[in-house]
Write a protein that binds this ligand. Structure first.
Ligand SMILES: [Zn+2]
Length: 475
């Protein structure tokens, strides 16, 4: 991609917080001259995250949701995402014109990744922080200095966390591991959560030689106990990548009958609906296209999952660890609005067994674009929480999300998160956005609605770190 140096961006790049760094950086002065920006131009004061008289950059941040970071350049990460998105738009099989279609969708995938607001805001953040052009090459020039070794990368992560006062991150393990994931995030700066829903795939039980639903449920509960004994702070559900959140009541006999049917080789005979996917019961992917074609097998799979899912929800409550539920649609073409509809969760929240287990639920990514419904749930149920992860990459969407969630509150239920999953800078960028957007929204409460400075200060502290410390047991 060619360089993109609009004067507005460079004016920001000379901004208040990073002006010294920018001017001091090699090439900084030349860049300013190139764009016709006066040397020493004053910082746009509005970039300072002030909520009334409170500077939010002085408040610690806990990031409630992020994924393993990659020791790679942003250009490599974005190329991988563009190829993945482009690939999903090519129907499977061999047919005339397939290669030409793949080239067309690949170009579309690149445009989607490159022109998204998350990319523009992110590159501008890197530009004003490091004094580089807001381009792929500019960004890569920063990261390339820090990925040569594990030690370099560890220092890089720490520098980003320190720069944006991110005290702790909640790292989501990539696998349903009962042990702490390998990471280069410095010790003491992270806690971890694990993946629960991989354990409700029939393949998980079949691989372990389990033959009855009672044994499967016991093995899952034991894995959850083990995870907690090893320090796990929560269990994530990826259900909405494959199916709806609706939970039917399945008794143990019906669940066992479903399992026996699923274990029989005939259950896989119909194959997945999409032949790019492995047979659903043996492998499975995060795509709904991997669910069985055969109606009987599909119904058995749902019954099997529902029985185990309820056991997982109850066990999480018993272990005093939250269920973390992916709920949002954006960017990734596999995500479906109907599967991410929060409405079926009402039945989960009022299920008497789950209520008795006192399970807490964290609906991550705010349920976007159904964040109004999620905001309503948060106001209704004391055990339902929400984070803004992923949407903190999009300040415009974040403004909408924070306004909506805070309009009903309580602020004790709302948390910052990033959903960072590539270059560590994303953690810092999302923290920066959260402070900037909160400053705007909280100032509105003070200046337009007459709330006290102490009220909005408490809201900021809750959202940026206090709630996450309580829910994920971070000291
Ligand atoms: Zn995530």
């Amino acid at each position: 991609m060619t360089s993109r140096l609009p004067p507005a961006t460079l004016a920001e790049a000379t901004g208040r917080a990073s002006r010294r760094r920018f001017i001091g950086a090699a090439g900084g002065a030349a860049l300013l001259a190139m764009a016709g920006v006066a040397r020493g131009a004053e910082a746009p004061a509005k970039l300072k995250p002030m909520a009334g008289s409170l500077d939010l950059s002085q408040i610690d941040v806990v990031d409630t949701h992020m994924h393993p970071l990659k020791r790679a350049l942003i250009s490599q990460s974005y190329a991988r995402q563009a190829a993945e998105f482009g690939g999903l738009a090519v129907p499977p099989g061999d047919y005339p014109g397939r290669d030409a279609l793949a080239a067309y969708t690949q170009a579309g995938g690149e445009r989607q990744v490159w022109t998204a607001p998350r990319r523009i805001g992110y590159f501008d953040y890197i530009a004003r922080t490091y004094g580089v052009p807001p381009t792929m090459a500019g960004f890569d020039s920063v990261t390339s200095k820090h990925i040569g070794s594990d030690a370099d990368f560890r220092r890089y992560i720490q520098s980003v966390l320190d720069r944006e006062r991110v005290s702790t991150v909640v790292l989501q393990a990539a696998e349903p591991t009962p042990a702490a994931p390998d990471t280069l995030i410095p010790a003491g700066r992270y806690v971890w959560t694990t993946l629960a829903t991989d354990m409700i795939k029939p393949a998980w039980a079949i691989e372990r030689g389990l033959t009855s639903i009672a044994d499967v449920a016991a093995a899952i509960e034991q894995a959850m106990e083990q995870a907690v004994a090893n320090g796990c702070r929560g269990f994530k559900s990826m259900l909405s990548y494959q199916r709806s959140q609706a939970l039917s009541q399945v008794d143990i006999r019906a669940a066992d009958a479903a399992f026996q049917l699923l274990r029989a080789p005939a259950a896989n005979a119909g194959g997945p609906r999409d032949d790019r996917s492995p047979p659903p019961l043996l492998g499975g992917t995060t795509s709904d296209a991997a669910r069985p074609r055969d109606a009987t097998a599909a119904a058995a799979l749902t019954a099997y999952e529902d029985f185990l899912l309820k056991r997982i929800y109850m066990k999480a409550g018993a272990l005093e660890r939250p269920m973390i539920i992916h709920l949002a649609v954006a960017l990734h073409p596999s995500l479906r609005v109907d599967y991410n509809d929060p409405r079926p969760l009402y039945a989960v929240f009022v299920d008497p067994d789950i209520q008795k287990a006192r399970t807490e639920f964290v609906l991550i990514h705010a349920g976007y674009p159904a964040h109004h419904i999620v905001g309503a749930f948060v106001s209704q149920f004391a055990n339902v929480f929400v984070d803004v992860s992923f949407f903190s990459k999009y300040p415009g969407a974040l403004l909408d999300v924070y306004r909506t969630l805070l309009s009903l509150g309580p602020s004790e239920k709302i948390m910052h998160g990033s959903d960072a999953n590539t270059v560590p800078e994303e953690i810092g960028y999302c923290a920066w956005n959260s402070r900037a957007v909160l400053a705007k929204v909280l100032s509105e409460y003070r200046d337009s609605f007459g709330w006290l400075q102490s009220d909005i200060a408490a809201m900021a502290e809750n959202i940026l770190h206090k709630n996450a410390r309580r829910i994920f047991n971070i000291v």
